[in-house]
Write a protein that binds this ligand. Structure first.
Ligand SMILES: C[S@@+](CC[C@H](N)C(=O)[O-])C[C@H]1O[C@@H](n2cnc3c(N)ncnc32)[C@H](O)[C@@H]1O
Length: 267
C-alpha cells in the first residue's frame, strides 16, 4: 500500500486540499488536553500544519519518505518515517510511551491501514479514558454541474485501478471498522460532515488526478487515464482557459471517538 504514494509525492503536495478550520475546532473542542498529537499517514503535512497551531507538539508519521520531504517544517512538528507494519517497540521509540498522546488523527489514509493492528496501537498510546481518535476522508471534488458530470463518468472509468479499500471512502467512512466510544455529548461516532474548498485551475486539476494511487496503478499497467480524448472532454466542460482558477469543493467525513478503557497489548 505504502508504495502507491511513492512516485507522485510532488503532485500530491502541490494539489491536495488542506482541511477547514471548523474541522480542527470541532476536534480541539473534544480533546480535554492539547499537548501531543500523532498524525498518522501525514503525507506532506496537510493536517499536521493546522494541528500545530492548536496542539503543543505534533508527530507526523508516514511510510513514504518522499511524501514527508514535501511537508512544511515547523518548530513543534516532528516527522518520522515508519515501517508499514510498525512494531510496538518502533511505536514506543518513534511516537511515545503508553498513554502519552491526547489525539491521534488520520487524514485521508485510514482506508489504507491494517485496522486491527493499527487500532491496538492507537488504544495503547492514547491517554485513557479521554484520548481522542479522529479519522476523516474526503470524496470527489465538485465544481459545477457540467464539469461534475464529466468527472463522475471519468471516476467510474477509473474504478478498476483503485484498490478495494477505496470503497470505504466512496462509502464516506460509514462502513469502516471504528471500535471507539462516542465522545461526551455525542450519541454516535460520525460521520460528521464538513467541507473544504480550494481554488484550482484545470491544469492543477489534472495534476491532482495524477496524484491518485489509481492513476499510478493504471500507468504501471500501460493505461493513460488522462487520454487526449478525456482531456478534451474536461476542457470543454471547463469552458475557460486551463489556467483560470475555479473554486473546488470537497465534502469531508469525520469519524471521531474516545479511547475509553482499552485493553493493553503486550509490548
Ligand atoms: C492519501 S495520502 C493522505 C496524506 C495526508 N494525510 C492528506 O491528508 O492528504 C495517504 C498517506 O498514507 C501513507 N500510508 C499508507 N500506508 C501507511 C501506513 N501503514 N502507515 C503510515 N502511513 C501510511 C501514504 O504514504 C500516504 O502519504
Amino acid at each position: 500500500m505504502a508504495d502507491l504514494f511513492l512516485k507522485q509525492a510532488k503532485q500530491y503536495w502541490k494539489t491536495r486540499p488542506g482541511y477547514p478550520q471548523q474541522l480542527f475546532d470541532f476536534i480541539a473542542s473534544k480533546t480535554p488536553c492539547h499537548d501531543v498529537v500523532w498524525d498518522v499517514g501525514t503525507g506532506s503535512g496537510q493536517a499536521a500544519v493546522s494541528l500545530a497551531s492548536i496542539y503543543k507538539s505534533v508527530i507526523g508519521t508516514d511510510t513514504s519518505k518522499n511524501q514527508i520531504e514535501f511537508a512544511p517544517k515547523l518548530p513543534n512538528v516532528r516527522y518520522e518515517c515508519t515501517s508499514p507494519n510498525m512494531s510496538m517497540s518502533e511505536l514506543e521509540a518513534k511516537i511515545g510511551a503508553e498513554s502519552s498522546v491526547d489525539l491521534v488523527t488520520v487524514a485521508q489514509a485510514l482506508h489504507w491501514f491494517d485496522h486491527d493492528a493499527f487500532y491496538n496501537q492507537v488504544k495503547w498510546i492514547l491517554k485513557k479514558p479521554h484520548g481522542v481518535f479522529a479519522a476523516w476522508c474526503y470524496t470527489t471534488p465538485k465544481i459545477d454541474d457540467e464539469f461534475d458530470h464529466v468527472f463522475h463518468k471519468f471516476y467510474a472509468e477509473s474504478k478498476p485501478y483503485w484498490e478495494s479499500q477505496r470503497g470505504l471512502v466512496d462509502d464516506k467512512y460509514t462502513t469502516v471498522k471504528f471500535p471507539f466510544d462516542p465522545l461526551d455529548g455525542c450519541d454516535h461516532t460520525g460521520p460528521f460532515e464538513f467541507e473544504t474548498k480550494q481554488p484550482m485551475s484545470l491544469d492543477a486539476f489534472f495534476t491532482y488526478v495524477r496524484s491518485w494511487s489509481a492513476y499510478q496503478t493504471a500507468k504501471d499497467k500501460g493505461v493513460e487515464l488522462l487520454s487526449d480524448g478525456v482531456i478534451e472532454e474536461f476542457k470543454k466542460a471547463w469552458k475557460e482557459d486551463t489556467s483560470v482558477e475555479k473554486s473546488v469543493t470537497y465534502p469531508v467525513y469525520l469519524r471521531i471517538g474516545k479511547a475509553g478503557d482499552a485493553v493493553k497489548p503486550a509490548i
